[in-house]
Design a protein around this ligand. Structure first.
Ligand code: 5GP
Length: 224
């Protein structure tokens, strides 16, 4: 009898298959875009949220793939509609995470990656206690500068702005759950993948499951 009850209970105490929100930030030039691209190529359980942005596309960037590039008016309209999970201003432009896609993908069991800067990351942490926050670090500041210049898409003035922004962002790194160092691409991708897998097992991300096991145990131990 107890065995049958236990089996029934096992069915009712199944672990949630919902995905988790994974925030990935990093200084401009730290290579987080490349890390994300490789992570998504390698594993199909992730969905990358495509942000809306008011900056102009860089050469090679595609509307709807890299960002949804919109005017400030269109962006502000979407803010007014409550259409963002979070948004922030970065170096004079708006960037935001559209809500609908994130909600759909989490429901579908995908882990949703938000590649966003620190103000947005902190808003996510406030709103979703189960979000995992990861900061991608360059191996050194010299390497960061070298990568920013090597990208060849930004003017020296913009590079200076972004390094100064990195200096500000560095102050908030302690708010993240983990750092990963982007020294060697594949190793960094694997480390990130493992972190996310492990994060699924944290008690904070399994509250309902733990609660249902506790309730089942109480009933069983009373012989009900
Ligand atoms: P970039 O102009 O280099 O593409 O992006 C500038 C910064 O904005 C990067 O740190 C990037 O991660 C961040 N970013 C991109 N999309 C979003 C978003 O939807 N929300 C927030 N808060 N930051 C974003």
């Amino acid at each position: 009898m107890i065995i049958i009850m236990t089996m029934n209970k096992t069915i009712s105490s199944m672990r949630s298959k919902k995905g988790i929100l994974v925030v990935v930030s990093g200084f401009s030039g730290a290579g987080k875009g490349t890390v994300m691209k490789r992570l998504l190529q390698k594993y199909d359980n992730y969905a990358l949220s495509i942000s809306m942005a008011t900056r102009s596309p860089r050469p090679g960037e595609v509307d709807g793939r890299d960002y949804f590039f919109v005017s400030r008016d269109a962006f502000e309209e979407k803010i007014a509609e409550g259409g963002f999970v979070e948004y922030a201003q970065y170096c004079g432009n708006y960037y935001g995470t559209p809500k609908a896609y994130v909600e759909q993908q989490l429901e579908a069991g995908k882990d949703v990656i938000l590649e966003i800067e620190i103000q947005g990351a902190l808003k996510i942490k406030e709103k979703f206690e189960t979000a995992l926050l990861v900061f991608v670090m360059p191996p050194s500041v010299e390497e960061l500068e070298r990568r920013l210049i090597g990208r060849g898409t930004e003017t020296p003035e913009v590079i200076r702005q972004r390094l100064s922004r990195a200096d500000e962002e560095a102050e908030g790194i302690e708010n993240y759950d983990y750092i990963v160092i982007n020294n060697q691409l594949d190793a960094c991708v694997e480390e990130l993948n493992q972190l996310i897998i492990t994060a699924h097992n944290a008690p904070i991300r399994n509250k309902e499951f733990i609660q249902s096991i506790k309730e089942d145990l109480k009933q069983l131990s009373k012989g009900e």
